[in-house]
Design a protein around this ligand. Structure first.
Ligand SMILES: [Zn+2]
Length: 265
């Protein structure tokens, strides 16, 4: 009888330890490794995509242009507790009206965006939108969904495949995010601007203007081709802002803005 009880106790103890071992070892170790791998993957992807873009486009080195865009970006990040120093901002000498976010906190702005903007707040609106894509991890979510994790890993390990990387670069700069992610980027982007006391209304003007001028060119390398339904989105942004009579900050003074415009024209 006593022996039977000991045996049962032993079985219960063995069960307990095997469950405890299972819980404590496998899942946590795996989760930890995946997180670590994600950071490495993101860093490597960002670096490779940026290298691929740089090999096909000239970087714009004019210090007034770069420092002005940096200043606009800094004013948004500073008031929203986003670490400005983590962001790698690049300006490309391309007439295309575009800007996009890459993995590992890269933001790429094309000269055409500055040419198309009538006021600095329009640039701020696009930057705020792209910042949300970075802060909410939309960039990696999109790539994993569109390209697949195993291909992303394959493209970044061993002899990184240049063809695959330029395909990924095309996907991140030219195709659309989920509608839900876009709405989030629009509305949170507006919140970033308001938090930084930057007039958010030109963000919706910008979208409306793009829709009127470029909606008929679906395959162009324009911000609008990766951000369709601009008219409806302009309206949603407008409604999110609501009535306002705030005294907003001056993003760039008028002399600096006109100097900037004359450089990019
Ligand atoms: Zn977007």
């Amino acid at each position: 009888m006593k022996r039977k009880i000991y045996l049962q106790l032993l079985v219960i103890l063995a069960l307990f330890f095997s469950i405890w071992l299972g819980l404590s070892q496998i899942p946590f170790v795996q989760i930890f490794n995946i997180d670590e791998m994600d950071d490495e993957l993101e860093e490597k992807l960002g670096e490779l995509i940026w290298k691929s873009l740089k090999s096909e486009n000239e970087e714009l080195s004019d210090s007034l242009v770069v420092s002005s865009i940096e200043d606009i970006l800094f004013q948004i990040t500073d008031e929203n507790n986003i670490d400005f120093d983590n962001i790698k901002l690049h300006v490309l000498d391309s007439e295309d009206i575009n800007a996009f976010a890459l993995p590992d906190d890269h933001i790429v702005v094309l000269k055409g965006l500055v040419q198309f903007a009538d006021v600095p707040e329009e640039i701020a609106g696009v930057l705020a939108h792209e910042l949300v894509h970075l802060e909410e991890n939309h960039v990696m979510k999109k790539l994993v969904k569109e390209i697949g994790l195993s291909i992303l890993i394959g493209a970044t390990t061993g002899n990184a495949n240049i063809g695959a990387i330029s395909e990924i670069a095309r996907s991140i700069s030219g195709s659309i995010y989920d509608r839900q992610l876009e709405t989030e980027a629009d509305l949170k982007g507006v919140d970033y601007l308001i938090e930084a006391n930057i007039d958010p209304r030109p963000m919706s003007d910008f979208m409306y203007k793009m829709a009127l001028e470029y909606d008929h060119i679906p395959d162009a390398f324009y911000w609008i081709s990766s951000h369709p339904n601009s008219k409806e989105r302009a309206k949603a942004i407008h409604e999110h802002i609501g009535e306002t009579d705030t005294d907003y900050n001056t993003l760039l003074d008028s002399t600096r803005w006109s100097d900037l415009k004359s450089i990019v024209e």
